[in-house]
Write a protein that binds this ligand. Structure first.
Ligand code: NAP
Length: 287
């Protein structure tokens, strides 16, 4: 039987992901806090409806997929869904939130007989547009199996990592690495500029050798051209690094990368660069 899915959160990631679900024939309805985005999505995608409330959306799907910003946003969305939810439904959350927030929401939903999978994604806006995301999932194994057709619609790779919260723990590991790579790439390219080396040959050499990585390939050229419009906002990475810091503190695990990146992204946000791409970090390294 085809799974009927409803989508909540049509931001930079959610819009293209919901588009892939529509192309796979799995999407019935969409909801977005700012209704104009949901209406625009509906105009571009046949047979998708926009309900007047989250509770109404909940009544029209077997699985409800969420992609919003942070812990409190996930909680608010689930508050809105609860009056319309019924036993046997499944909620799949692609937002990056803390493992504890995922466990708290799963516990609330369990009391109503509703399943929950935390399934944060990585691969950037480009990965979402191409349907090439990596998806880290936590939850009951049978719920994960139910969600696999969704993951196949916009994922290149997905794995079940353990109980609820495991997906978010995996994402914290990923974000520590993302932050460390961004520190290294932005600092290296600022040094490249200071040395006045030719940019194009250097970018090709760096990408082609042991220093090559996703962030350099996708953002190296744009950051050297002072373009920071596409991608992952500093305010979102700052939120993720706070999750990493809390996990490290719980474990007594010392991370120099998390400390440095937290200080840097806090400064970027304070400098008014919260809505640009995280490669705007090069501004701090250039200074
Ligand atoms: P975004 O463009 O800022 O979109 C956020 C979405 O969440 C919007 O649809 C927004 O609605 C909705 N939202 C926020 N707070 C809400 C609330 N309280 N109630 C209802 N809806 C709410 O963010 P994004 O880049 O798509 O990221 C979404 C999630 O994916 C985040 O957790 C982020 O950390 C994660 N992520 C992002 C990337 C990336 O490269 N951007 C990569 C991997 C993972 P409005 O339209 O009304 O504001």
């Amino acid at each position: 039987m085809t799974l009927r899915c409803a989508w909540i959160g049509l931001g930079a990631m959610g819009w293209p992901m919901a588009g892939h679900l529509h192309a796979a024939g799995l999407l019935t309805g969409v909801w977005n806090r700012s209704r104009d985005k949901a209406d625009a999505f509906c105009q571009q995608h046949d047979a998708v409806f926009v309900p007047d409330s989250l509770a109404e959306l909940a009544t029209a799907a077997d699985a409800i997929v969420i992609c919003v910003s942070a812990d409190q946003d996930l909680a608010q969305v689930i508050d809105g869904l609860l009056p319309g939810l019924k036993e046997g439904q499944l909620i799949v959350d692609h937002s990056t939130v803390s493992p504890q927030a995922a466990r708290d929401q799963a516990e609330r939903l369990k009391a109503h007989g509703v399943g929950f999978i935390d399934a944060p994604v990585t691969g950037g806006v480009e990965g979402a547009i191409k349907g090439q995301l990596a998806i880290m999932a936590g939850g009951q194994w049978d719920d994960y199996q139910t969600a696999e057709p969704l993951f196949d619609a916009y994922g290149r790779v997905h794995h079940h990592l353990g109980p609820v919260g495991s997906g978010q723990a995996g994402k914290a590991v990923n974000q520590l690495m993302v932050a460390g790579i961004a520190e290294a790439v932005c600092e290296s390219l600022a040094l490249l500029e200071r040395l006045d080396l030719p940019r194009e040959p250097m970018l090709e050499l760096l990408s082609g050798g042991a220093a090559g990585n996703w962030f350099l390939d996708k953002r190296g050229r744009t950051m050297l051209a002072d373009e920071f419009d596409i991608g992952f906002a500093p305010a979102l990475l700052l939120k993720d690094l706070k999750i990493c810091r809390a996990l490290c503190e719980q474990l007594g695990f010392d991370s120099g990368v998390v400390k440095q990146a937290l200080a840097d992204y806090q400064q970027l946000v304070d400098n008014g660069e919260r809505g640009r791409d995280i490669s705007a970090l090069i501004h701090l390294k250039q200074d």
